[in-house]
Write a protein that binds this ligand. Structure first.
Ligand code: ZN
Length: 78
């Protein structure tokens, strides 16, 4: 699947709900279609910061309710 298609699909299925104090919840269905672009493994929601691939130790940020699933844009975790 092309990345843009995936992002489009993600925004269609957008079930991210912002609640008080910037806490972001992502619907389980959305998390299931999102995978780490590097290892294709599952990502986990980490607070409001974004999605984390624990295998690659990368954090994919969430901007404007859209998870940025790009290796180039990911933050390295210690
Ligand atoms: Zn990964």
């Amino acid at each position: 699947m092309e990345l843009l298609t995936l992002i489009g699909k993600a925004s269609c299925l957008l079930n991210i709900v912002k609640i008080k104090q910037g806490v972001v919840m992502i619907h389980k269905d959305l998390l299931e279609i999102l995978a780490c672009p590097q290892c294709k493994g599952p990502v986990k929601l980490k607070d409001e910061d974004g999605l984390v691939c624990e295998k690659c130790m990368l954090l994919y940020e969430i901007k404007d309710d859209i998870p940025i699933m790009l290796i180039d844009k990911a933050k390295k975790l210690e």
